[in-house]
Ligand binder design. Structure first.
Ligand code: AP5
Length: 219
């Protein structure tokens, strides 16, 4: 089962994609997380991506194509993938359709995680992540047991460079200009499922995600 999570920065795509991937037993492919790892490792891909990510801009499509092709070729992706943060424009959406069709698969659902700007800004300002294992926390909504330390691996929690207020504004703008149009594309093809993530805990929002996906199966 191949599922796409779409939505503005900070709405909670990663939080929900991680829960769904664990429930379905398939990998979560977070393009942002893969790119951040490449930046940390100082790989050629990471060096190309860093300044764009720090500015809140999209990384070139060809880098993402390579990354998604690699992710789909992994043995653990044989039964489906939860895409988190990809596609982000029309060209990427067309590429994803093509890459999946090459292996006789197709997107089965697109979950749009929605939240208003004031909620997004509060979520991103309070987000802390573990650079070692990728776990994500929130200072108020999902705090770690020990302040500043990852519950899962004990790593030191960090604030993402692109969660600075000016970069958040830019990322929201980039989402509106380049990504939001995908809603129409997926609504037209009957794949779009909207989930209101503006209130409720991550677990409560996950109940809505599951209800939306289950409702689709019954239709
Ligand atoms: P990426 O990492 O994908 O960032 P994003 O899309 O901006 O999304 P975020 O990860 O910031 O937010 P999220 O919606 O996943 O929220 P989260 O679950 O963490 O991309 C980063 C950059 O990489 C891009 O700007 C671009 O440069 C590049 N890039 C990536 N993909 C690309 C692509 N396809 N093409 C080109 N460039 C690409 O939640 C946020 C916080 O809220 C957390 O603290 C969480 O604990 C908390 N939270 C979540 N849900 C709730 C809730 N229900 N209640 C309270 N708190 C909550």
């Amino acid at each position: 089962m191949d599922i796409v999570f779409l939505g503005p920065p900070g709405a909670g795509k990663g939080t929900q994609a991680q829960r769904l991937a664990a429930t379905l037993g398939i990998p979560q492919v977070s393009t942002g997380a893969i790119l951040r790892r490449a930046v940390d490792e100082g790989s050629p891909m990471g060096r190309r991506a860093k300044s764009l990510m720090d500015a809140g801009q999209l990384v070139p499509d060809e880098i993402l194509t390579e990354l998604i092709r690699d992710a789909l070729a992994r043995p653990d992706a044989a039964h489906g993938v939860v895409f988190d943060g990809y596609p982000r424009n029309e060209a990427q959406a067309a590429t994803l359709d093509r890459l999946l069709s090459n292996i006789e698969r197709r997107i089965e659902a697109v979950v749009l995680v929605e939240a208003p700007d004031d909620v997004i800004v509060a979520r991103l300002a309070g987000r802390r992540s573990c650079p070692r294992c990728g776990a994500v926390y929130h200072l108020e909504a999902a705090p770690p047991e020990r302040q500043g330390k990852c519950d899962q691996c004990g790593g030191n929690l960090m604030q993402r460079d692109d969660d600075a207020p000016a970069t958040i504004r830019e990322r929201l703008e980039v989402y509106r200009k380049q990504t939001a149009g995908l809603e129409q594309r997926y609504a037209k093809s009957g794949l779009l499922l909207k989930v209101d993530a503006s209130s409720g805990s991550p677990d409560e929002v996950f109940d809505l995600v599951r209800e939306a996906l289950d409702g689709r199966k019954k239709k």
